[in-house]
Ligand binder design. Structure first.
Ligand code: GRG
Length: 274
């Protein structure tokens, strides 16, 4: 079964709600809202919001319960791509087969679009009820996105030329830059479902392994990053081991974890056979 079919209901809810929340942004100032919609609706996989919803189900909650953090992590992910594509960072002209946000709307607008997506993500989290859940989600998601998470990893990636030549350096950068947002997506779903501390621990372990595996697989596909410090076979084995570890961590949750297992298998299938 394909990803789109397996997660049909999850993806439909995510798209519907993204459209609703960004439609409310058709008001003035129109230009920034247009750019936000452009950045969000250019064909991403929605891996992180699907992960939030699946983790909620794995802990016994209905996936609809986790929609606000799911939207929030997708907005944060989109902001990171918009800013990462800017001339001062990766200087990319194309993203998902379309002109990048700054190519379409200009650099100043792209900076503001990223800022707006990030702040909107936290506005959505503030709407979560009850308030103690909102506070937990705000704390976890802001930390994972900040200097001890995604931004920290990006800074290390920009500055740590020596570290990048080692496997340990790569692990650090990838765990922070890519892994933290994936880890916290899993955790946010579990928090939304009212998971027990044991379930939270298992889901977090799953998220950590899957997050690092995500970057290793991306590097295998791009023949970059990990493939510069280890052989293609070594990177493939590393990705496979991490994906197996992720699945092992949530084995105890039984059939409820079928979405999480599907996501892990989806990542495994992205690894080229040779
Ligand atoms: C805040 C500027 C800034 C950067 C933070 C996350 C990040 C660092 C930069 C974004 C670009 C990048 C290389 C990210 C690594 C993670 C990755 C492989 C992202 C692509 O994620 P997918 O495959 O993308 O889920 P889609 O297009 O499906 O949404």
């Amino acid at each position: 079964m394909t990803y789109e079919i397996f997660f049909k209901r999850h993806l439909a809810l995510i798209e519907k709600k993204l459209k609703t929340i960004l439609k409310a942004h058709e008001a003035a100032p129109r230009s920034i809202h247009k750019a936000m919609q452009y950045a969000v609706f250019t064909g991403g996989k929605r891996f992180r919001p699907v992960l939030v919803l699946s983790a909620c189900e794995a802990c016994g909650g209905q996936f609809q319960k986790a929609i606000l953090p799911a939207l929030s992590v997708e907005l944060i992910h989109t902001y990171s791509l918009v800013h990462d594509d800017l001339p001062a960072l990766d200087n990319d002209d194309m993203r998902r087969g379309k002109p990048t946000c700054h190519k379409q709307f200009g650099e100043a607008n792209a900076i503001l679009t990223g800022d707006a997506l990030l702040t909107f993500a936290f506005e959505l989290l503030a709407r979560v009820t009850p308030a103690d859940k909102a506070i937990k989600l705000l704390a976890e998601i802001s930390t994972a996105s900040g200097t001890h998470g995604m931004i920290g990893g990006q800074v290390a990636d920009l500055s740590d030329a020596a570290g990048k030549k080692t496997l340990t350096g790569h692990d650090f950068i990838s765990r922070q830059k890519t892994g933290q947002l994936i880890r916290v997506s899993a955790l946010a779903g579990a928090i939304s479902s009212g998971a027990s501390s044991h379930q939270l621990k298992k889901i977090e372990q799953y998220g950590e392994c899957l997050g690092l595996a995500f970057q290793v697989v991306d590097d295998i596909l791009d023949k970059d990053g990990y493939c510069k410090v280890m052989s293609l076979g070594g990177a493939t084995r590393k990705a496979m081991e991490l994906i197996d570890q992720a699945k092992d961590a949530v084995g105890i949750l039984g059939a409820k974890a079928k979405g999480l297992n599907f996501l892990a298998d989806f990542l495994m299938k992205r690894i080229p056979k040779k």
